[in-house]
Structure formats: structure tokens, C-alpha cells
Design a protein around this ligand. Structure first.
Ligand SMILES: Cc1ncc(COP(=O)(O)OP(=O)(O)O)c(N)n1
Ligand SMILES: Cc1nc(C(=O)O)sc1CCOP(=O)(O)O
Ligand SMILES: [Mg+2]
Length: 212
């Protein structure tokens, strides 16, 4: 298996009953390390219902199920972890809510300082982005791949690359040392379906990992 793995993030709005089939297609198509449920502008019960439908599909395949933004709901609903950004719950409060064994990931934009702070505090991964233009989430930050190289040479804590990543443009991120590449659009909107998206990413990661 390549050192870099695929990390999927859901579209910001979805119908769990419909998305369940797409998720199963994606996870059955090849290696996926984890899936993040990232719903925006919805109430807590909508999040709970989506977790109840989607978490078993993920966990039954050995794929970690991470909830975005809400450590309290992640703990309540049996998620494997939570992802928090710089405007969300601070790391220490998130860790207290989910417990020592859960995964806690932290957004660090293009900042070495934020990433070192998160890693020293105990984060399980740090996320850098947006590496490429994306319409999924507005971002003022545009790190270069050498940030991933610096991080992976200096630190043990895994790093995630996110933002506008496609099978066609992921090679510099993989070669620079990203432990995970996190993707929304290029998988869920793949013209041949999410399974084809996962296959295309794993082939691209494998090719970039083998290339010198
Ligand atoms: C893996 C990963 N990286 C970054 C983000 C972005 O988090 P945040 O800055 O809190 O923005 P929202 O996703 O909450 O809009 C993420 N969710 N996942
Ligand atoms: C959720 C998110 N966070 C980002 C960051 O830079 O922190 S970019 C992003 C959106 C990623 O979606 P897509 O693969 O469709 O570009
Ligand atoms: Mg957030």
C-alpha cells in the first residue's frame, strides 16, 4: 500500500438515504482511510440522523468515521473522531469531549505555527489547505507542497492535504509527503460515479508514490 491514503469528506448537503449507496460504492472501490461527515447549516437532529445511517456503512468496512465541527455530537453518536477548525472548539476542549482514544484532526491552513501548536497539544493529524482552487469552501490560504515536505521531515504527526485535489493534480502533494489527501468534489462528482473516483485517486497515488 502507498504511504499516502485517501481521506473522503462528504458534500456539505446530502440526503442520507440516497448518499448511503454512493458511500458504499466509494468505499467498496478501493482503499479509503476515513470519511468525514461535513454537513453545514443543519440542525443537530439532521446530523444525528446522517451519522446513524452512514457511520455503520463506514465502520463495517474498517473505515474510520469522523464528524466535522462537533466534538459533542461525535462523542454522543459513536463516531471515531472529530475534525475541528481554527474557529471551532479549541483542541483541548474537543479532546476532552471525545476522549483519549478518538481521532482529533485540526485545520492549520498554511501555517507551520498552527500545525506545531496542534501537534504539540496532541492532535492526531494536522490539515493544510487549500492547495488548489475549490468552490466547496472559500479559502484565503494557498500553501505550497513544500510545506508538506517540511512537515513530514520534521514531525511524526500525520499531515492531510485538502482543497481542489483531483487525480490529475495530486502527484506533487503525494511526492511532497502528504499522509492523506482529502477530497470532496473529485470523488462525489466523478462523471463515472464515486467508485470510479476512488479508483482514479488510488491509481494516481500509487503512480506518484512509485515515481522518483
Ligand atoms: C481534513 C479537513 N481539513 C480541513 C477542513 C476545514 O475545516 P474548517 O476550517 O473548520 O472548515 P469547515 O470544514 O468546518 O467549513 C476540514 N473540514 N477537514
Ligand atoms: C472542507 C475544506 N477545507 C479546506 C481547507 O482549506 O481547509 S478546502 C475544503 C474543501 C475541499 O473540497 P474539494 O475537494 O471539493 O475542493
Ligand atoms: Mg470547521
Amino acid at each position: 500500500m502507498a504511504d499516502c491514503r485517501l481521506y473522503l469528506c462528504t458534500p456539505p448537503a446530502l440526503d442520507p438515504a440516497v448518499f448511503a449507496d454512493q458511500l458504499a460504492q466509494a468505499l467498496d472501490a478501493g482503499d479509503v482511510a476515513c470519511i468525514q461527515l461535513r454537513l453545514k447549516d443543519v440542525d443537530d437532529d439532521t446530523v444525528r440522523r446522517a451519522v446513524d445511517v452512514l457511520r455503520p456503512i463506514s465502520q463495517s468496512r474498517g473505515v474510520a468515521f469522523i464528524l466535522n465541527d462537533r466534538p459533542d455530537l461525535a462523542a454522543e453518536t459513536g463516531c471515531d473522531g472529530v475534525h475541528v477548525g481554527q474557529s471551532d472548539w479549541p483542541y483541548a476542549k474537543a479532546r476532552k469531549a471525545v476522549g483519549a482514544d478518538a481521532i482529533v484532526g485540526v485545520t492549520c491552513h498554511d501555517s507551520r505555527h498552527l500545525a506545531m501548536e496542534a501537534a504539540e497539544a496532541g492532535a492526531d493529524y494536522v490539515a493544510f489547505g487549500a492547495f488548489y482552487p475549490t468552490t466547496t469552501k472559500p479559502s484565503h490560504y494557498r500553501p505550497e507542497p513544500d510545506l508538506l515536505q517540511w512537515w513530514s521531515e520534521m514531525m511524526e504527526v500525520p499531515c492531510v492535504a485538502i482543497g481542489g485535489i483531483t487525480p490529475e493534480n495530486c502527484a506533487p502533494l503525494v511526492k511532497a509527503g502528504a499522509d492523506f489527501i482529502c477530497v470532496v468534489t473529485a470523488v462525489w462528482n466523478h462523471p463515472e460515479g464515486p467508485g470510479a473516483g476512488v479508483k482514479a485517486f488510488n491509481a494516481a497515488i500509487e503512480a506518484a508514490s512509485g515515481a522518483t
